[in-house]
Design a binder for this molecule. Structure first.
Ligand SMILES: O=C(O)CCC(=O)C(=O)O
Ligand SMILES: [Fe+2]
Length: 207
């Protein structure tokens, strides 16, 4: 696939082989506006169960190739078929790096919505994750597992982050809550999930 180098992309080499690409203005703002409205209005949003009987402090949606399923933190996320908008964005990110068969969307309704420190290190998860932000600016914070070195990136309307290399093995990331009054933010994480292609139909019906 043809790779289009970007003028505004920063590439940050992290300790222990993680690589983070950061392009604060990957999308022009009019295009980001169009995507935000389309995704907000067209996607199937739900609030899934989280830990300790609480619900996740955000809304989520899952799209991807037929049969792609992403399991994490006790949730099962079966992909709905790509929408034209999500496919268009996928191709733009793939032109920078990666190939993706799944997109997990997170919708942070206010500063009280968040995502706790975690790594996307499930065995079936590809090492390249493309993450596009739309709407309000929030902080994307990363922390090294051992040294606790921390870095913070403002992720705003049209910002692209690509996580790659060994980042998921050695670093965690989060979107902390904020007391500042902030509008809604939608984030799309494009991923490659192995082994979730549709299974051949089981003729005996045991599967
Ligand atoms: O909202 C974000 O920028 C982060 C989302 C994330 O880390 C995830 O979906 O695993
Ligand atoms: Fe993540």
């Amino acid at each position: 696939m043809k790779r289009i180098p970007s003028k505004t992309m920063q590439t940050i080499s992290l300790a222990d082989g993680g690589v983070l690409h950061f392009d604060e203005s990957f999308l022009p703002s009019e295009l980001a506006d169009r995507y935000l409205v389309a995704i907000r209005d067209e996607c199937h949003w739900e609030q899934k169960p989280g830990i300790f009987g609480h619900r996740q402090p955000r809304l989520t949606a899952s799209y991807g190739d037929a049969g792609a399923t992403y399991r994490y933190s006790g949730t099962v996320n079966v992909a709905l078929p790509w929408t034209p908008t999500l496919r268009e964005i996928k191709e733009k990110i793939e032109a920078v790096q990666g190939e993706y068969n799944f997109c997990l969307l997170n919708r942070y309704r206010s500063g009280q919505d968040s995502m706790g420190m975690h790594a996307d290190d499930e065995p079936e998860m590809g090492s390249v994750i493309g993450s596009l932000s739309l709407g309000a600016t929030r902080n994307f914070r990363i922390k090294h597992n051992q040294t606790k070195e921390t870095m913070s990136f403002p992720v705003g309307h049209g910002t692209l982050i690509i996580m790659s290399g060994t980042m998921q093995q050695f670093w965690k990331h989060e979107i902390p809550k904020t007391k500042k009054p902030v509008d809604e933010r939608i984030n799309l994480t494009y991923r490659q999930i192995e082994g979730t292609a549709p299974q051949a139909k089981d003729p005996v019906g045991n599967g």
